[in-house]
Design a binder for this molecule. Structure first.
Ligand code: NAG
Ligand code: NAG
Ligand code: NAG
Ligand code: NAG
Length: 205
C-alpha cells in the first residue's frame, strides 16, 4: 500500500476487489469518505448540463428551493441547476431499451445527488431533495434518453415485479400553462408527469 504507486499499479489495484486489497481500518476510512465525497469509482460522468423544463417548447432551467433543497422552478431563473449525469456500472434496468441510459443526477456544486426521499411510498406524488449520500439507491435512479432530446425520467424501483407509483417512468407534474407544479417540497413527480430535459453544457475540464 505504501510503496510508490505508478499509474500501472494503480490501475491494477483498481481491479482488485477493495475488500481484499484493503485492511479493515482503511475500509472504514473509505466508507467515511464515501459520505463526504460521494463519487463512487463505479459511477462516472456521462454528460454535464442544466436540468430544464420544456414550457411550451422553451427550455427553462430548474433551480433548488435553497442550497441542498428540493428541485424548484420559477420564470427567468438566475441560478440554473447544473448537474452531471452519471452512469454507474451496477445500474441495469431490464425495462429499458438500448437507447435508454440508466444513471443518477449528481450536483457538483454541492457534491450531492438528487434523490426522491419518499421513494418507498407506493403512490405519487414523490418529492426530491439533495442528498450527500450518493448511494445509488432506487430514489436516485433515473433514465436519460439521448435520442429524445435528452429527456430524463425518474424510474424508481423497477425490480420487474414492482414499479414506483404503478408506472415506472415518472416526470414532474405540470400546470395548465405548461409550468411545473410547485409544492412546499418543490416539484412533484408522478406517472403522468413530463420528463426533465438535460440541456448540455460544454465542459473543458
Ligand atoms: C421574464 O423575462 C421576460 C423577458 O425578459 C419578461 O417578459 C417576463 O416578464 C419575465 N418574467 C418574470 C416573472 O420576471
Ligand atoms: C425534440 O424537441 C423538438 C423541439 O421542441 C421537437 O420538435 C421534437 O419533436 C422533439 N423530439 C423528440 C424525439 O421528442
Ligand atoms: C420488488 O419490490 C417490491 C416493493 O418494494 C417488493 O414487495 C417485492 O418483493 C420486490 N420483488 C423482488 C423480486 O425483489
Ligand atoms: C403556454 O401555452 C398556453 C397555450 O397557448 C398558454 O395558455 C400559456 O400561457 C403558455 N404558458 C406560458 C408559461 O407561457
Amino acid at each position: 500500500m505504501f510503496s510508490p504507486i505508478t499509474p500501472l499499479s494503480f490501475a491494477l489495484l483498481a481491479l482488485i476487489p477493495s475488500a481484499i486489497a484493503r485492511p479493515a481500518t482503511s475500509r472504514r476510512a473509505a466508507n467515511q469518505r464515501k459520505c463526504k465525497a460521494p463519487v463512487e469509482p463505479s459511477c462516472t460522468k456521462f454528460a454535464t448540463g442544466v436540468l430544464s423544463a420544456d414550457v411550451n417548447g422553451t427550455l427553462s432551467p430548474f433551480t433548488l428551493v435553497d442550497p441542498l433543497g428540493s428541485i424548484s422552478f420559477k420564470e427567468n431563473e438566475t441560478r440554473p441547476l447544473e448537474v452531471e449525469y452519471q452512469t454507474c456500472k451496477h445500474f441495469t434496468n431490464s425495462e429499458s431499451s438500448d437507447s435508454d441510459i440508466p444513471g443518477r443526477l449528481y450536483v457538483p456544486e454541492f457534491r450531492s445527488c438528487i434523490k426522491v426521499l419518499n421513494q418507498p411510498d407506493e403512490t405519487e406524488p414523490y418529492f426530491t431533495l439533495l442528498s450527500e449520500v450518493c448511494d445509488s439507491s432506487f430514489g436516485e435512479r433515473f433514465v436519460l434518453r439521448p435520442e429524445e432530446n435528452n429527456t430524463i425520467f425518474w424510474t424508481g424501483s423497477t425490480n420487474s415485479t414492482f414499479e414506483q407509483g404503478g408506472c415506472g417512468e415518472l416526470g414532474y407534474r405540470v400546470e395548465e400553462d405548461g409550468t411545473p407544479v410547485l409544492t412546499e417540497n418543490g416539484v412533484a413527480l408522478g406517472c403522468e408527469g413530463k420528463p426533465f430535459n438535460l440541456v448540455l453544457v460544454n465542459t473543458t475540464e
